[in-house]
Design a protein around this ligand. Structure first.
Ligand SMILES: Nc1ncnc2c1ncn2[C@@H]1O[C@H](COP(=O)(O)OP(=O)(O)OP(=O)(O)O)[C@@H](O)[C@H]1O
Length: 262
């Protein structure tokens, strides 16, 4: 169970003023539930996840995982949380198998149990073809499969997914979808941050729509549809940020045409 209450983070800016990156955000995620934390760039999604993991301290409010507060018991929280992010790196000189064994060891998983889980994940995530190849030579999709398996190596009860499908082709995205089915069957509480809104509609049970650090709408898709009168998350999003042009038309029109090639 994930429980976030009035979570707030204020950063000092280089100009000497303050930025409220996360502003009294509250939500809960039950075991087996996928909660979509969605918002435009800079809305505060990653900052929320970092506070949930105990990587940065909240200015106020609380975030707990399985009853452990991220601020007070960060080690207990990390033991119970798996993280997959778009920019999770790999150690290029370790093989996929060594990577999983290394992270199992970091989480103090007994070696025999780690070997058992690696064999299980090799099967579940189709790692068999490249389990003994160095990570440096793996494709983006293969690295992501490895990172998905890595996130489960310590049998967490909660998962934080920050843009897990960024840069993946349709097959890679399908693997992430299957991964989510698997973790739901295992009753993990999942927070998913993604800019792929159609994907979010398919995969999440409930949503928090975040803008400028605040959750402006929260609920299941049907509930959000009823509240907004809009059918898709895409339309709700445009409504949320104000569907104005993002680039000034005049500057585009007045730009000089490129010089002809001679
Ligand atoms: N360490 C920091 N110091 C100062 N400002 C920060 C820091 N981390 C994040 N911010 C600011 O907080 C705001 C929220 O950032 P955050 O990364 O949480 O957004 P996001 O919703 O994850 O965006 P994106 O979708 O682009 O990844 C942004 O304005 C960002 O510049």
């Amino acid at each position: 169970m994930i429980d976030v209450r009035d979570l707030t983070k204020v950063f000092a800016t280089p100009h000497g003023d303050w930025l409220k990156a996360v502003d009294r955000v509250s939500f809960t995620v039950a075991p087996g539930e996928v909660f979509g934390l969605l918002g435009p760039n800079g809305a505060g999604k990653t900052t929320t996840l970092r506070m949930l993991l105990g990587l940065i301290r909240p200015t106020s409010g609380s975030a707990t995982v399985a009853g452990f507060a991220a601020e007070r018991d960060p080690a207990e929280v990390k033991r119970r949380v798996g993280l997959v992010s778009a920019n999770t790196g790999v150690y290029p000189w370790l093989t996929a198998r060594e990577t999983l064994a290394y992270f199992a060891d970091l989480y103090a998983v007994p070696p025999a149990l780690a070997r058992q889980r690696i064999a299980e994940f090799a099967d579940a995530f189709g790692l068999g073809d490249f389990l003994d190849r160095r990570c440096g030579v793996l494709s983006t999709g293969q690295k992501q499969r490895l990172n998905l398996a890595r996130a489960l190596i310590h049998a967490p009860t909660a998962l934080l997914l920050d843009e897990p499908t960024l840069g993946l082709d349709i097959l890679g995205r399908r693997i992430v979808e299957e991964f989510l089915e698997l973790v739901q069957a295992r009753q993990l509480a999942v927070v998913l941050c993604t800019h792929h809104l159609e994907e979010a509609e398919r995969l999440c049970h409930r949503f928090g729509l975040l803008n400028r650090g605040r959750i402006v709408r929260q609920g299941a898709l049907e509930q959000l549809r009823a509240e907004t009168g809009l059918h898709s998350l895409h339309a709700m999003f445009l409504d949320l940020v104000g569907a104005r042009r993002q680039l000034p038309v005049t500057s585009l029109k007045s730009a000089a045409p490129p010089a002809p090639l001679t």
